[in-house]
Design a protein around this ligand. Structure first.
Ligand SMILES: C[S@@+](CC[C@H](N)C(=O)[O-])C[C@H]1O[C@@H](n2cnc3c(N)ncnc32)[C@H](O)[C@@H]1O
Length: 356
């Protein structure tokens, strides 16, 4: 502990955590810029690179390189090693795992979406909290009351959004292999199934399963080309509509929702689950896969951050709901909660299963 931190009654660690949050906008932008340069992939392949090697590789000035590396080292995204002829840099363990394209957990598309789609609208968090309205959405061009409707009018941003959803699905959909209930399902509808990445994975994991992706029309077009690319047209198809207003596809025996319940309020979720129940036969399954808050709503950071995104930008009323919320909704809709699968890797999710 330094003299200064002794006086403040804070440990060096506590003080550093505070600075990283107070100046978080600088450090996030440093990470996002490094991702755009693909610096972390370079360092993964060339650990122990000097500042000179890095500035030549990035094609930026020595001063810009020095400033960027200073921020990344402070934020513990790179590590600087002294002792040799000149200092050298390598990725921190977290950067190696999450920010290199060579890692199966690469989150670079998620960082890009945060910089290009979320960052500016999130400036309006204060105004959103104050007015009870998702004021950040006003900053996104187009018509509509959710970010999804507005993205459908912004092809470039919609592409960035779905590339990030794809990266997210790639972490989480292998966990679906353990869901016993899916072995009995024959025709599943994937509500808000995005570009069909999860639907294709489900069909690959469960050979007797047919999957229909229920999506907004612009997203169905992305799903169709993804399905064709994987030559899965015989078992996976898209279905265009608004799942709050339009009918569900016929002949389904399960509903799957991944990262969908988080978008909506409790009232809207109950409305959606009631619609699912109406469309399902007796003993039909509902499977909700979501980022969840812990029971005391004090962790994990990804869930708390996402909650603010729903509040200020996406819909104005969603949340990374705790597990108990799903159980209450199921009860209100005539569903029996049968099982929950907890997913920890790479961050807290739950697969919650109900039966009609
Ligand atoms: C957060 S994304 C989840 C995508 C995918 N399920 C996943 O986990 O990667 C939510 C999806 O719901 C879709 N969506 C939102 N509102 C919808 C509605 N009313 N009807 C149909 N799809 C909707 C959006 O287009 C978006 O692709």
């Amino acid at each position: 502990m330094t003299e200064r931190t002794k006086k403040l009654m804070l440990s060096d660690r506590e003080l550093k955590d505070f600075w990283l949050i107070r100046d978080g906008y600088h450090f996030f932008q440093a990470m996002a810029a490094a991702c755009e340069f693909d610096l972390f992939t370079f360092l993964s392949r060339n650990p122990k690179s000097s500042q000179e090697q890095i500035h030549k590789h990035l094609g930026i000035t020595p001063y810009a390189t020095r400033a960027l590396l200073f921020a990344l080292a402070t934020a513990r995204l790179v590590e600087r090693e002294e002792g040799g002829e000149r200092p050298v840099y390598r990725n921190s363990k977290a950067a190696e795992k999450f920010l290199s394209h060579d890692s199966q957990y690469c989150m670079v598309p998620i960082v890009r979406r945060a910089r290009q789609v979320y960052y500016r609208p999130m400036f309006f968090l204060y105004e959103s909290l104050k007015t009870g309205r998702h004021v950040g959405l006003d900053d996104v061009p187009g018509k509509g009351n959710t970010i999804y409707e507005k993205l459908s009018q912004n092809p470039e941003q919609e592409k960035i959004f779905h590339q990030a959803m794809d990266a997210t699905s790639t972490f989480f959909n292998p966990h679906l292999a353990v869901v016993e209930e899916l072995k009995q399902v024959r025709h599943l509808v994937d509500l808000g199934g995005g570009d069909a990445t999860n639907a294709i994975k489900l069909a690959q994991l469960f050979p007797d399963l047919r999957v229909t992706v229920y999506e907004l029309p612009t997203v169905c077009a992305k799903a169709d080309s993804n399905i064709a690319r994987h030559k899965m047209e015989d078992r996976v198809r898209s279905f265009a509509g608004d799942f709050f207003k339009d009918p569900f596809p016929e002949g389904i025996d399960a509903v799957f929702m991944s990262h969908v319940n988080v978008i909506w309020s409790e009232v809207r979720n109950i409305e959606l689950l009631r619609r699912c129940c109406e469309a399902l036969p007796s003993k039909g399954k509902v499977i909700c896969y979501n980022l969840t808050a812990n029971d005391t709503e004090t962790d994990p950071p990804g869930a708390a951050g996402m909650t603010l995104f729903f509040l200020a930008l996406a819909s104005g009323n969603g949340m990374a709901w705790p597990h108990r919320a799903y159980i209450e909704w199921f009860e209100q809709c005539g569903l029996t909660h049968t099982r929950t699968y907890r997913v920890k890797e790479p961050y807290d999710h739950a697969i919650i299963v109900g039966q009609k």
